[in-house]
Design a protein around this ligand. Structure first.
Ligand SMILES: Cc1cc2nc3c(=O)[nH]c(=O)nc-3n(C[C@H](O)[C@H](O)[C@H](O)COP(=O)(O)OP(=O)(O)OC[C@H]3O[C@@H](n4cnc5c(N)ncnc54)[C@H](O)[C@@H]3O)c2cc1C
Length: 416
C-alpha cells in the first residue's frame, strides 16, 4: 500500500530514559490519586504522582465541582474517616467567604466535636469549598508528605514483565521517558492504565453536557452556578440530548464544546432574566465526565451490595443521594484481574449500575484512594507476595483502622 494512504504508521523504536524509580506510581492527581499518594507515602513507600494538567484535585478543582458530599449515612452516623475526613476538613480550613453567593461552607456544627448528635440525622456531614485554595492546599500537603509530583505529564503506556508492570511510559516537556515502579495506582478517572495493561474495562457512556462556573454580578459579587443535568446512562432522560462516552478524542472534544455552549446559553438567559451584567470568571478546564471507563475486577459492586460486609473490606461509604444505605468496599473491586501489581481508585473502580453513582463522588474517591495507596505500599514492601490478591488482608485492615479508616460491621445494621 502507498505510505500516504495507509491507516497506520510505524513509530520508531527507541530506548527511554528512566526518569525516576519508585515503589508506588500514582497516575492521576484527582481526589482519588491525591489520597492514594498520601496514603502510600505515609505507609513508608517512595511515591510519585503524575498528572496531565498542572494542578491537583481533578474534577473537584479544575472541574469546579466544589461540593464535598457527605461522610455520613444520612441517619446520623459517620461512615467515612481517615483521609476522606482529613481532605474534607482541609477543603474548608481557611475559608472566610466574602459572599454567601460563592457557596463556600463550613462543617455543620452538629458534626464538630461537642456538636449536637441529635441533629446529625437531619444535617449531612458535607461542605462546599473554594477550588483555588483547595488545589494549593492539596499540593502543599502532598509535598510535605514527600510525594514527588510531575505536572503536565501524561501516562501513555505500560512496560510489562510477565504479569507485572515494571515501568510506566510517560510524555512531558522532557519528552518520552519512563518511570520504574513496583506497584501502580490507576486514578486516571478513565482507567487509562487498565486499558494499556490489557485489563477488562467497561465504558457505559451516558454523560451529558454540564459544567459549573463562577461569575461576578454588576456589584462585583461572585456567584457559583451549577449547570448539571441528570445523568442518563440508563437512557431515562432523553431530554438531555446527546450523550458522550468520554473515551475517544472526538467525543471528549464534542462534550467540552457542548458544555461551554450550555454555559454561554445560561449566561445569556441570566442576563435577559436578571437584567444585570454577568461577568464570567472561571469555567471547568477539564472534561466534566461523570463516568467514562472503569475496571471490571473479580468483584463488581452493585446496589444489592448495600449493607453487605466483605471480608476484604478496605473502606466504607454512605449513599449521598439518600439516607440509609451503607456500603463496604472490598479490595477485590479495586485490584486488576490479571496484572499483579495494578490497582484502581476513584472513578476507575469496578462497580455497576447505581452503585457507580455512589462510588464516584469526592468522599468515596478519597476512601478508595486511601485503600489503593495503602495496599500498593504494602505490596511494594512485601518480599513474599507479588499480587494484591495475596496480601495479608487482616494486616492491611489493621493499618487502615490505625489511620482512622472506618471499618465497622455494626454500621451495616439499619437504624429503625
Ligand atoms: C458535573 C459533575 C458534578 C459532580 N458533582 C459532585 C458533587 O457535587 N459532589 C461530589 O462529591 N462529587 C461530584 N461529582 C463527582 C466527583 O467530582 C468526581 O467523580 C471525583 O472528583 C472524581 O475523582 P477522581 O480522582 O476519581 O477522578 P478525576 O477528578 O477525574 O481525576 C483524574 C485525574 O487524572 C488526570 N488524568 C487523566 N488521564 C491521565 C493520564 N493519561 N495521564 C496523567 N493524568 C491523567 C486528570 O487530569 C485528573 O486530574 C461530580 C462530577 C461531575 C462531572
Amino acid at each position: 500500500m502507498h505510505p500516504m494512504t495507509a491507516m497506520t504508521i510505524q513509530e520508531k523504536s527507541r530506548n527511554l530514559k528512566i526518569l525516576t524509580d519508585v515503589d508506588v506510581a500514582v497516575v492521576g492527581g484527582g481526589i482519588a490519586g491525591a489520597a492514594a499518594a498520601l496514603a502510600a507515602s505515609r505507609t513508608g513507600a517512595k511515591v510519585c504522582l503524575l498528572e496531565k494538567s498542572c494542578l491537583l484535585g481533578g474534577l473537584a478543582t479544575a472541574g469546579l465541582v466544589t461540593c464535598y458530599l457527605p461522610l455520613c449515612d444520612g441517619r446520623g452516623r459517620q461512615v467515612i474517616g481517615g483521609i476522606g475526613e482529613e481532605l474534607l476538613k482541609l477543603s474548608v480550613d481557611d475559608e472566610v467567604a466574602p459572599s454567601t453567593a460563592m457557596c463556600i461552607g463550613r462543617i455543620p456544627s452538629c458534626w464538630l466535636p461537642g456538636g449536637n448528635v441529635n441533629d446529625r440525622a437531619q444535617q449531612r456531614h458535607m461542605v462546599d469549598f473554594n477550588p483555588v485554595t483547595y488545589a494549593c492546599k492539596l499540593e502543599k500537603l502532598l509535598r510535605k508528605s514527600h510525594v514527588t509530583l510531575y505536572y503536565d505529564m501524561r501516562f501513555c503506556d505500560v512496560h510489562v514483565q510477565g504479569d507485572t508492570i515494571d515501568a510506566l511510559i510517560v510524555e512531558s516537556k522532557s519528552g518520552r521517558t519512563a518511570i520504574r515502579c513496583k506497584t501502580v495506582v490507576d486514578a486516571s478517572g478513565d482507567a487509562d492504565v487498565c486499558v494499556a495493561a490489557g485489563e477488562r474495562t467497561v465504558a457505559p457512556g451516558g454523560n451529558v453536557r454540564c459544567g459549573w462556573y463562577y461569575y461576578a454580578d454588576g456589584d462585583g459579587k461572585m456567584h457559583r452556578r451549577i449547570l448539571t443535568q441528570p445523568f442518563s446512562a440508563t437512557k431515562r432522560f432523553p431530554e438531555n440530548g446527546r450523550t458522550f462516552k468520554g473515551t475517544r478524542v472526538e467525543d471528549v472534544t464534542a462534550m467540552c464544546i457542548a458544555s461551554r455552549e450550555l454555559m454561554l446559553q445560561d449566561m445569556a438567559r441570566l442576563k435577559a432574566t436578571e437584567k444585570q451584567d454577568i461577568y464570567p470568571l472561571a469555567m471547568p478546564s477539564i472534561p466534566c465526565t461523570r463516568m467514562s471507563r472503569h475496571l471490571q475486577a473479580t468483584v463488581t459492586l452493585k446496589s444489592s451490595d448495600a449493607q453487605r460486609w466483605f471480608e476484604d473490606a478496605v473502606g466504607m461509604t454512605g449513599d449521598w443521594r439518600k439516607a440509609g444505605p451503607v456500603y463496604t468496599v472490598p479490595l477485590r473491586a479495586l485490584a486488576a484481574r490479571k496484572t499483579a501489581n495494578l490497582i484502581t481508585a476513584g472513578r476507575c473502580i469496578s462497580c455497576s449500575g447505581d452503585t457507580w453513582d455512589v462510588m464516584r463522588v469526592i468522599p468515596t474517591c478519597a476512601v478508595t484512594g486511601e485503600a489503593a495507596g495503602t495496599a500498593a505500599a504494602f505490596l511494594a514492601k512485601d518480599t513474599e507476595v507479588s499480587r494484591f490478591a495475596k496480601l495479608d488482608i487482616a494486616a492491611l485492615q489493621r493499618h487502615l483502622k490505625r489511620h482512622r479508616v472506618i471499618l465497622d460491621k455494626s454500621l451495616l445494621n439499619p437504624i429503625l
